[in-house]
Design a protein around this ligand. Structure first.
Ligand SMILES: Cc1cc2nc3c(=O)[nH]c(=O)nc-3n(C[C@H](O)[C@H](O)[C@H](O)COP(=O)(O)OP(=O)(O)OC[C@H]3O[C@@H](n4cnc5c(N)ncnc54)[C@H](O)[C@@H]3O)c2cc1C
Length: 359
């Protein structure tokens, strides 16, 4: 199954999410609002299309726009130095033969030269749709059409409401999530490479999250690595839900290939971590063995704590704050899903397609 997903990537079918915001309002009744931190001092010019985010989504839009019309002035704003593919990254964590950082990390210079769009390495801090400007750490950029492709953000605050900002930062450093491109994958790989005998605990987010099969694929890769290195310990998956994407296929693989290695714990939601003591606490719904009048098993919730050698804590996910910077309404709650204001995502996709065809 994993190979099929990899093959799909090779032929460029990676799922892409990007939203177009054309003009002062998006055509979806979105209200424009003044930017919060507008700095007029450093104006970096105006472009036909500005794309926020140089991941799969943003670069796919940029490439296709330039393929359609080489005369377009397209600027991609990206805060990171290098492009990293999350697809394939689990094979790096599992140290599959031939897999290294160079397999999934690339410089941006090659694609910029190949397709002819421009790139600004900077972080977007605010968006002013009334004046059609984006403020970055390096200055203000003007646009005619704005494309938002910033990916997801972590939502530790939703999962751990009592944690301070410092604790969140420490946990993010010592129990990296590695769901967003960046150095967390490198940190997690280092922790696995240096680990003693002991358990690797993988904590799955609740609600919607990026690439639903990824945590389970990662468990298989890490289990294979521990087998190869003869590390004594288990790979323990704590999943807030009972089932997950490709459940049947994964459970079969766990049983056939990693029966002594992978322990799957459903209905288990992490609610605290002690990074010094290396313990993780979670609530789990378990069966009592008793049945109700409908013959359903009666469950109870128990609080448990277990120790770990390496913790891959993937917290709840949410829409990237860049979406809210653009004054696009989101649903309050854990994922901050975009409110379409009567304009469906399908319609946005059609507009996007028309834009690409027209250009
Ligand atoms: C382990 C793993 C395995 C996966 N495997 C697959 C797979 O096999 N197949 C598949 O289709 N998908 C897979 N995915 C999902 C895939 O990685 C995502 O769907 C894809 O990366 C989304 O692309 P994106 O451009 O929307 O977001 P991203 O790739 O996250 O890119 C967003 C970019 O925006 C930038 N950005 C964010 N905020 C700002 C800001 N304020 N200013 C400037 N720049 C900003 C970020 O730095 C980032 O580079 C996997 C994901 C993971 C984690």
């Amino acid at each position: 199954m994993s190979m099929n997903r990899r093959s799909a990537i090779k032929i460029g079918t990676v799922g892409v999410a990007a939203a177009v915001v054309a003009g002062t309002v998006s055509g979806c009744n979105g209200e424009a609002s003044p930017a919060k931190a507008q700095t007029k001092s450093n104006t970096l010019g105006k472009h036909n299309v500005v794309i926020i985010g140089g991941g799969f989504g943003g670069l796919t839009v940029a490439n296709n726009l330039m393929k359609k019309n080489k005369g377009l002035d397209v600027l991609v704003i990206e805060k990171r130095d290098t492009f990293m593919s999350c697809p394939v990254s689990n094979t790096y964590l599992g140290k599959l033969e031939g897999m290294n950082l160079g397999t999934f990390v690339f410089d941006y210079a090659q694609v910029v030269d190949k397709y002819g769009y421009k790139m600004l390495k900077s972080e977007v801090v605010s968006i002013d749709r009334a004046n059609k400007t984006v403020t970055t750490a390096k200055g203000v950029v003007g646009y005619e059409i704005l494309v938002l492709a910033p990916g997801i953000a972590y939502n530790y605050e939703n999962q751990f409401p009592k944690w301070s900002k410092d604790k969140i930062a420490e946990v993010q450093r010592k129990a990296p999530a590695a769901l967003i491109p960046g150095s967390e994958h490198v940190a997690l790989e280092r922790m696995l490479a240096n680990m003693d005998d002991g358990n690797v605990v993988i904590s799955v987010p609740s609600g919607k999250f990026r690439c639903p099969p990824a945590p389970f694929e990662r468990a298989c890769m890490i289990a294979a690595y521990m087998d190869k290195e003869d590390i004594k310990g288990k790979v323990i998956i704590l999943n807030p839900k009972e089932k997950f994407a490709k459940y049947g296929a994964f459970m079969e693989s766990f049983k056939d290939l990693y029966a002594d290695r992978i322990v799957y714990m459903p209905n288990a939601r992490v609610n605290d971590v002690d990074v010094d003591g290396k313990t993780v606490s979670f609530m789990q719904e378990v069966g009592t063995g008793k049945r109700d009048e409908d013959n359903d098993e009666i469950t109870k919730t128990v609080q448990k704590t277990m120790s770990y050698e390496v913790l891959n804590l993937m917290p709840d996910n949410k829409a990237n704050p860049v979406i809210e910077m653009a004054s696009i309404n989101t649903v309050p709650g854990s994922f901050h899903k975009v409110v379409m204001n009567g304009c469906s995502f399908k319609l946005l996709q059609i507009k996007m397609y028309m834009l690409l065809v027209m250009l």
